[in-house]
Every structure is written in structure tokens, then in C-alpha cells.
Design a binder for this molecule. Structure first.
Ligand SMILES: Cc1cc2nc3c(=O)[nH]c(=O)nc-3n(C[C@H](O)[C@H](O)[C@H](O)COP(=O)(O)OP(=O)(O)OC[C@H]3O[C@@H](n4cnc5c(N)ncnc54)[C@H](O)[C@@H]3O)c2cc1C
Length: 473
């Protein structure tokens, strides 16, 4: 008798889909990835991931989990030119009351173009003999019934008809444009609870060649929004990426959006709470026009709460939950979800009856901290719209505590470390309520934020006009 073979289909070849395929390949005979794009052979931009034109920082909780999934990937990325930077040593942050001082490294990020990050991960994963990428096709529906999903309907590129592809497991990782919610109602399953919390922020991003003489270890600079100001959601961030380039993202709300035209971009940049980013960019060469992005809402389909969940279906990455990108948690959460699935499937095979539902719960669990952080912050903004949820008394108390803790950080490295580790998704948010953190928060700051960005003299040199540099030397 032939031994049955198991086939899984992953919808979407973005970060979440690629990593889902990686962990699945240990448990099934073949994994087919379906994407409507050709997945490029190099670090190139593609149409299916428009957000990839914008700043993508990879927080340590995410890249540490990635390292566990793909050992050596951090070195591979830095070898390709990605920058590994650390709070507070080389990530300079301007809070509403001044700049955070530089201190010994605590918590890392990886800064690179999204095209580079995705490609480095993709080429590692696609080397697996059980993983195949199908020719480009758009998935248009699910096959099966309310008890079990048995495959997908797809339309090959250039075709008018659709075809069926059967599978023992379907994983939806089609990102923000996922249709699973609607496809499930077509199969007569009850609609699943979803939440949509939209601060309406807009992104505008440009890539620059860094000025000649920029130190290879140049820091990342972030001018944060000031919730108490009359422009509570305007911010800017400059990050070094591969090939001596800088990526600069400006952020603003719907009624005060960062311009996407070349004339409007510089004045908006200069209007930030600190002129440092404008001064740095003055000496850099633009390589791209400003690209805009408006679809920045927090959106979550609470599939884990569904009354009925069919076997054979899982949803992860942005297809399950998206976050306001300003918090930089989307990629990390996708990795943490893949990591959670690997841990779960090491004990329980993914094709067992009921396994999909339990795996969906594991995804929900690792998504929760990022979801709570992003939505709690956004619900404070006056222009945020929500499909129902409003901050309760506990949330307001939490916000007051978080503000007090941030204000208490100067001169308190323990407090800084605790908050950085939670924000990097390395520690549970409960770590912000230990007796030590509570005590230090109540006592208040022991130092002050700085009036100017703490650049080193070498870093500052690129701000100096060329004539003065020559006279100095
Ligand atoms: C402006 C912006 C900035 C961001 N910055 C950060 C950051 O700094 N740090 C961070 O961690 N996260 C950031 N994020 C979030 C991050 O981009 C996402 O969380 C991450 O890309 C999710 O990966 P994914 O694989 O789920 O989705 P995606 O990367 O969007 O991939 C989805 C894939 O599915 C394919 N697809 C879609 N529909 C279909 C279909 N019907 N049929 C076939 N294929 C389909 C697409 O072509 C694509 O390849 C940012 C997001 C935005 C919008």
C-alpha cells in the first residue's frame, strides 16, 4: 500500500509565508508557496509588498527568534551590509523633552532595506528540497467546508479561468490584503470578530546616499512625536541601511500628512521638533522620490475566538493582525508566530484533528503584546477612529503609568533597560510592573534629557560645511 504523502500550501511568499514554509517543511512531504509576484532572485523591490519601500527596523525579539529558526542569519544580514544597532548606544532618540543620552548597548535592532532582509531569509528557506514556489498566481478562494479546508482556488498569471489546488493544510500569509475573513463566511462559517483601530497616520519615505565621510557606524536618529503638542503624531526617523545609504521616513496624521512631492518634503522635515534630520539630509544625495503609504491601521481578525474553526487552515503575519508601523513590530511578530508554531509542532503534528485551532491560538498568544502596545498608544490620539473599542479606566491608568515611567528614565538605566526589552518584544509587558520598576517610576528621574542630539565629533563633521572641514584639517 502506498504511504500517504502530505502537501501543504502557503499563500503569500512574504516574510510570514516564507517562515511558515520553513517550519512546515519539517512535518509534511511538500510545501508549495503561492504568490502573485515572481519572487526576485536578488534584493529587489516587488509590487506585492509596497510597504517594503519604507523604513523597516527589526527589533531584537524578532531577530533573536529568527536566529533560532535560521542559525547564522544575523551574521549573514550584517555581512550583506545590514546595520546592527543598539539602544541607547547608537540609536539616538529625541523625546518630547530632549535627547536620550548614549550609554552602553542594551537592546538591538537590525536596519536594512526590506528587500535585502526578505531576500536573505528567502534564499535560505527556499534551499530546502521540500519547499517549492509555484509560478505566479493569485489565490481567489478556499476549497472545503465548514469542518475542513482542503485546498485553494487560484488564477495563474495571464489566465482567465481559475484552477483548484488541493492540500492537507493551507496557511494564509497574504498580508494586509488577506480575504480569509470573507472566504470563511462564503463557506457558511459565522463571521469572526475583528477590530480596526486607525490613527490615520501617513508615511513618506526617501532613500539617500549618505554624505561622503559618513562613519560606517553612523547611528539611527528618531525624532519622536510629542503627544502633548499641537502636532501629536508628527515624527521623523533616519536609519542607516546597506550600501552607505540612509532611509528617511516622515510620519504625520491624515490632516497633516508628510508630503510625497520633492518640493514639499524638505520643509516638512525641517518642521520636526528638532532640525537635526534636516541638517543631516542637506549633505546627502536623494536616490528615490518620496514614496507615500496610508494603510497604517491596526487591524486584527480574532480567528482564535471563532466558534467553529475548520481543520486544515491557519492565518499568520499581517493576514492575521497588522499594527501601526510606527511601532516597528510587524516583522518581529510574524517571526515570533513561526517560532511558536515550530515549538508547538515539535510536540503535536500540525495535521492532527484540532491542531489548526490550537496553532491559531499559539499565534494569537505571541501577537498579543505588540497588539496591546500599538492599540493602547493609538487610542490615545484624538484623531484615532475605532470600530468599537475605547480605552477603559484601566487602560487610562496604564497610559498614565507608562508616561510617568518614560519621564523617570533619565539617570535610571534599570528602568530604561526594562522598557527597552519590553518594546523589543524580548520580555513580557508584565516586567514593567516589578517592584523595582514601580519604585523607580514613582521616584522619578535622576538625570535629564539632553538639549542636542548626542552625536560624536566624528559624526558631527558631516554637518559641517565642506569649506570649514578643509580649513580645520
Ligand atoms: C509603511 C510600513 C512600515 C513598516 N515598518 C515596519 C518596521 O519598521 N518593523 C517591522 O517589524 N514591521 C514593519 N512593518 C510591518 C511589516 O511590513 C509587515 O508586518 C510584514 O511585511 C508582514 O509580512 P507578511 O508576510 O505577513 O505580509 P507581506 O510582506 O505583505 O507579504 C504578503 C505576500 O502575499 C502576497 N499576496 C497577497 N495577496 C495574494 C493573493 N491573493 N494571492 C497570492 N499572493 C498574494 C503578496 O504578493 C506578498 O508577497 C511596516 C509596515 C508598513 C505598512
Amino acid at each position: 500500500m502506498p504511504v500517504p504523502t502530505h502537501h501543504a500550501v502557503v499563500l503569500g511568499g512574504g516574510l510570514a509565508g516564507i517562515l511558515a514554509a520553513h517550519v512546515l517543511a519539517e512535518h509534511v512531504d511538500t510545501v508549495t508557496i503561492i504568490d502573485r509576484d515572481d519572487l526576485p532572485e536578488g534584493p529587489e523591490h516587488r509590487k506585492g509588498t509596497p510597504q517594503a519601500r519604507h523604513t523597516h527596523v527589526f527589533v531584537e525579539g524578532g531577530y533573536a527568534a529568527l536566529e533560532d529558526l535560521l542559525p547564522g542569519i544575523t551574521d549573514e544580514l550584517t555581512g550583506l551590509g545590514a546595520h546592527q544597532l543598539h539602544h541607547p548606544a547608537d540609536i539616538l532618540v529625541r523625546r518630547p523633552t530632549g535627547w536620550r543620552d548614549r550609554m552602553a548597548p542594551e537592546v538591538g535592532i537590525i536596519s536594512a532595506s526590506r528587500a535585502l532582509t526578505d531576500w536573505a531569509i528567502r534564499r535560505r528557506v527556499l534551499a530546502h528540497p521540500r519547499i517549492t514556489v509555484a509560478p505566479p498566481a493569485t489565490v481567489v478562494g478556499l476549497l472545503g467546508d465548514r469542518r475542513r479546508i482542503s485546498g485553494v482556488r487560484l488564477r495563474d498569471r495571464g489566465a482567465t479561468d481559475t484552477r483548484r489546488l488541493t492540500a492537507d493544510l493551507v496557511i494564509d500569509a497574504t498580508g494586509r490584503s488577506s480575504h480569509t475573513h470573507d472566504w470563511l463566511t462564503e463557506l457558511k462559517l459565522p463571521a469572526v470578530h475583528r477590530e480596526h483601530i486607525d490613527s490615520g497616520i501617513r508615511y513618506a519615505t526617501r532613500v539617500y546616499q549618505a554624505p561622503p565621510g559618513t562613519p560606517a557606524t553612523f547611528p539611527l536618529l528618531l525624532v519622536e512625536p510629542n503627544p502633548a503638542s499641537d502636532r501629536p503624531a508628527v515624527a521623523g526617523m533616519l536609519s542607516p541601511i546597506e550600501d552607505d545609504r540612509w532611509i528617511l521616513t516622515l510620519v504625520g496624521p491624515k490632516h497633516d500628512p508628510p508630503p510625497t512631492d520633492e518640493d514639499g518634503y524638505p520643509p516638512f522635515l525641517r518642521s520636526l521638533a528638532d532640525p537635526i534630520l534636516a541638517d543631516l539630509i542637506a549633505a546627502a544625495t536623494p536616490l528615490t522620490p518620496p514614496y507615500g503609504f496610508a494603510n497604517t491601521a491596526n487591524h486584527r481578525n480574532f480567528y482564535e475566538r471563532a466558534r467553529f474553526w475548520p481543520d486544515g487552515l491557519l492565518v499568520l503575519g499581517d493576514a492575521y493582525a497588522t499594527f501601526n508601523p510606527i511601532y516597528g513590530h510587524g516583522m518581529a511578530t510574524a517571526v515570533l508566530a513561526a517560532h511558536a508554531l515550530r515549538r508547538r509542532w515539535q510536540r503535536h503534528h500540525p495535521l492532527l484533528p484540532g491542531a489548526a485551532r490550537r496553532s491559531q491560538r499559539a499565534i494569537a498568544k505571541v501577537t498579543e503584546p505588540a497588539w496591546r502596545m500599538a492599540t493602547a498608544q493609538d487610542l490615545r490620539l484624538p484623531h484615532t477612529t475605532t470600530t468599537g473599542r475605547h480605552p477603559g479606566r484601566l487602560a487610562k491608568l496604564n497610559n498614565r503609568y507608562a508616561d510617568r515611567m518614560i519621564a523617570a528614565i533619565p539617570g535610571r538605566p534599570d528602568l530604561q533597560r526594562a522598557s527597552l526589552r519590553v518594546f523589543a518584544l524580548l520580555d513580557s509587558p508584565l516586567r514593567l510592573f516589578t517592584p523595582r520598576v514601580l519604585w523607580q517610576t514613582l521616584r522619578g528621574p535622576r538625570g535629564q534629557y539632553l538639549p542636542e542630539a548626542p552625536l560624536t565629533p566624528e559624526e558631527r563633521r558631516i554637518l559641517t560645511p565642506a569649506s570649514e572641514t578643509t580649513a580645520d584639517s
